[in-house]
Design a protein around this ligand. Structure first.
Ligand SMILES: Nc1nc2c(ncn2[C@@H]2O[C@H](COP(=O)(O)OP(=O)(O)OP(=O)(O)O)[C@@H](O)[C@H]2O)c(=O)[nH]1
Ligand SMILES: [Mg+2]
Length: 193
C-alpha cells in the first residue's frame, strides 16, 4: 500500500515538473573550469548521463553536456584545464549564469596554482558578479581536504567580493554531495528564458 502511495507521489511530482517545464522553461549556461584532472568531465558526465567514466581522456578544447529537471536545463560547458586551453576560459564564462570551479582536493601541491588561476580569471571585469561555486572534488580519497571552511580559506574565497560564492566538498566517484551541488546551481544561477 505504501509502495503504491509513494509511486503515486512520484508520478505526481514528475507530472508537476513536466507541466512546470512546459510553461517556465529556463536555460542556464554554466562554465565548468579547473586544472587538468580535477574531475570536471567526470562530474559533468555523472550529472548529465548518470554514468561514471573511468578512462582518463583530457578534454581538448571544450565539450557541452545538458541536464534538465523540471523547468530548468543546465548547459554545462566543460572546458579543458591544460595551460593552452585556459586562455579561452574567460571567453566561455562571459554571460554564464554561474562558474563552477573544480579542484582536486587531494592534490595539495596544485592548490597554489589552482587558486591563482581562479583569482586571475575572476579579476576580469567582463566576469563581474557571476556566481561562483567551488567544488573540492575527490573527497573519497584519504588525502582530500573535506572541510568546506578549509577549502574556502585555501582558495581565499573571502576576498572575492560582489558575487555569490560557495564551496562544497564532493566526490564525483562516490556521488557525494551531487544533489546539493545541483540544488545550488538551480537556485543561485541567474534566470534566462
Ligand atoms: N578518486 C576520485 N577520482 C576522480 C573523481 N573524479 C574524477 N576522478 C578521476 O580523476 C581523473 C581526471 O578526471 P577528468 O574528469 O578527466 O578531469 P578533467 O578535470 O576533466 O581534466 P581535463 O579535461 O584534462 O581538464 C580521472 O582518472 C577520474 O576518474 C573523484 O571524485 N574521486
Ligand atoms: Mg575534462
Amino acid at each position: 500500500m505504501s509502495d503504491l502511495v509513494s509511486q503515486l507521489m512520484r508520478s505526481w511530482t514528475d507530472l508537476m515538473d513536466w507541466l512546470y517545464g512546459m510553461f517556465f522553461q529556463q536555460e542556464m549556461d554554466l562554465s565548468i573550469l579547473g586544472l587538468p584532472a580535477a574531475g570536471k568531465t567526470t562530474l559533468v558526465t555523472l550529472i548529465s548521463r548518470n554514468e561514471m567514466i573511468e578512462d582518463r581522456i583530457p578534454t581538448r578544447g571544450l565539450n557541452m553536456q545538458k541536464y534538465s529537471k523540471g523547468g530548468v536545463t543546465l548547459k554545462m560547458w566543460d572546458l579543458g584545464g591544460q595551460a593552452n586551453f585556459r586562455a579561452m576560459w574567460e571567453r566561455y564564462c562571459v554571460g554564464a549564469s554561474a562558474i563552477v570551479y573544480v579542484v582536486d582536493a587531494a592534490d595539495s601541491e596544485k592548490f597554489a596554482l589552482s587558486r591563482s588561476e581562479l583569482h586571475d580569471l575572476l579579476s576580469k571585469p567582463s566576469l563581474a558578479g557571476i556566481p561562483l561555486l567551488l567544488l573540492g572534488n575527490k573527497s573519497d580519497l584519504p588525502a582530500a581536504v573535506k572541510s568546506e571552511k578549509e577549502l574556502a580559506e585555501i582558495f581565499d574565497l573571502a576576498s572575492l567580493k560582489g558575487r555569490e560564492v560557495c564551496a562544497y566538498s564532493i566526490s564525483a566517484r562516490n556521488r557525494t554531495n551531487i544533489d546539493i551541488t545541483l540544488q545550488w546551481l538551480i537556485a543561485h544561477s541567474s534566470k534566462k528564458s
